[in-house]
Write a protein that binds this ligand. Sequence first.
Ligand code: FES
Length: 70
Amino acid sequence: MIVCVCHNVSDRAIRSAMDAGAASLSEIQAQLNIGACCGKCLPSAKALVNEHHEDIATRFTALRRELVAA
Ligand code: FES
């Protein structure tokens, strides 16, 4: 799905940037130039960042439980 129409940036590209280490919306903006035109993509991009952070927190919690149980 295209998130930023102005710069033709997909959700997949945003997720890849986060997997490669981008940790905030501003870092993603700097890498992919999203939001630099009309800015209509920023709420969707922020939702993807939040979703990514929640996913990391969930994985961290599960890993922590495994380590505590070991
Ligand atoms: S849709 Fe991203 S800057 Fe316009």
